[in-house]
Design a protein around this ligand. Structure first.
Ligand code: ACM
Length: 433
């Protein structure tokens, strides 16, 4: 940057130059005294140049100079759980707007879990009218879910901001809400019944509708924290295991994932799944792994070395449902003194590996009921996640990040975002719901 001041009257005076040599999403922003030149190879790069320009234009004085910028990772994600609590499309759009300011480009939308099924499937209205009843804090709360029209509206809104939405249907565990709609296909202990042929027919119909609804490349199929207890108590499971030559109860998940992933791949989508599925026979060319079990470093190594495209979202740094420090009283494991402060997230060291394609922060919402608390848990840690996902290691510097964050607090204030303010804890008291 030079010290020559840019005349903001010329902010609209932009020349676009398409340069195919630039990598995907990269841009070059030249700020001359009375002309701005944006070089880009794709529309995303052009969009990010504009986001940077908007950030610079927030300053009182804007200087001339050249910025050459490109992302470190292709997957820069945020996960929102709307099964435990439902926030609605306006809140999701607000989140998408904020994500786009920080060049986050994947919204992983956790739309099914034990507490509620949140996406309309026309073939099976009961998934929402029955499965959508209740939430984590009230089992009898009236059904809340997204209609297909609302989903299309949000998907389009996100696409206009270069954000791809990845819907998650979590199976075979975390499936109580599905089970309420389909008691015959439910095995107990949060799991579906893999011995039922009808299950696969129903899943095929659901995933075909879902694939149509979400034009992106990916569908997330869950696969985390699967208990075998429900299966062990059923009389139809042993004959099913004999027939399918499944040797152990643990191998049932493997069988299920293989079949379920084929159903999803048939829709043309690539699968994303939690790292537990690495115990099975997933196709590495059609499966992306979310590594979340931070104490299982061997699983991260397995995922990378076997050539699975891998996204790091370890709970030990990137889980936003954990409180930010000991002054907070609410959050996952807070009573055990476990926190995820922003510095821990920011200082996380990624392994260097060509199969590592991204990073993601996850907001589970058992203890997040209101948009106010959602803001509080997500910001500013999402901004730190965005910087980790975008910047190369040499540019990662926490003190410098904190200095630049001061300006973002002003932006968040202007937008009415109720962020956690560790500079002055009492400025934004912790919302308990
Ligand atoms: C998870 O946190 N169960 C993926």
């Amino acid at each position: 940057m030079t010290e020559t001041v840019f005349d903001k009257d010329y902010l609209g005076n932009i020349l676009y130059v398409q340069e195919y040599d630039l990598p995907a999403e990269a841009y070059e922003l030249q700020i001359n005294q009375n002309l701005i030149i944006i070089k880009h190879s794709d529309e995303a790069g052009k969009f990010y140049a504009h986001q940077t320009l908007a950030q610079l234009a927030d300053d009182d004085v804007m200087y001339c100079g050249v910025i050459k910028d490109a992302p470190r990772f292709e997957w820069r994600g945020l996960m929102l759980d709307e099964s435990r609590h439902f926030f609605g499309k306006e809140e999701v759009k607000e989140l998408i707007d904020l994500m786009s300011r920080y060049k986050l480009n994947r919204l992983h939308w956790h739309l099914s879990d034990n507490q509620g099924w949140r996406v309309e499937i026309k073939a099976y209205p009961e998934l929402c009218t029955v499965g959508g009843v209740g939430c984590h804090s009230d089992k009898t709360a009236p059904a809340r879910y997204y209609t297909q029209d609302e989903i299309r509206e949000v998907v389009k809104y996100a696409a206009e901001r270069h954000i791809e939405i990845i819907p998650e249907i979590d199976m075979p565990g975390h499936a109580k809400a599905f089970g309420r709609a389909f008691p015959d296909l439910y095995a107990g202990k949060s799991t579906v019944n893999p011995a039922s042929e009808k299950l696969y027919e129903v899943l095929e119909t659901i995933m075909t509708e879902l694939a149509d609804l979400f034009p992106g490349r990916y569908i997330h199929i869950g696969g985390d924290e699967v208990s075998t207890e429900g299966w062990r108590q059923r009389s139809d499971i042993p004959p099913f295991m004999r027939k399918k030559k499944i040797k152990s109860y643990d191998d049932i998940q493997k069988y299920f994932e293989t079949r379920f992933s084929k159903i999803v791949n048939k829709t043309g989508k690539i699968i994303v799944a939690w790292d537990e599925v690495l115990n099975g026979d997933m196709d590495k060319d059609k499966t992306v792994i979310h590594w979340w079990r931070g104490t299982h470093t061997e699983t991260l190594e397995k995922s990378l070395s076997e050539g699975f495209k891998t996204i790091i979202c370890t709970w030990r740094a990137f889980y936003l449902d954990y409180a930010q420090d000991s002054r907070c009283t609410k959050g996952h494991l807070v009573s055990k003194g476990v926190y995820n402060p922003m510095k821990k997230l920011y200082d996380y060291k990624f392994p260097e590996h060509s199969s590592l394609i991204g990073v993601q922060a996850n907001l589970w919402t058992e203890y997040v009921v209101t948009p106010k608390r959602l803001d509080y848990m997500v910001f500013p840690r999402a901004i730190a996640t965005a910087e980790k996902a975008w910047s190369i290691e040499e540019n990662i510097n926490y003190d410098d990040f904190l200095r630049r964050l001061e300006k973002e607090y002003l932006y968040l204030d202007k937008r009415g975002v109720y962020y956690y303010d560790f500079r002055n804890f009492n400025a934004h008291p912790e919302p308990l719901k």
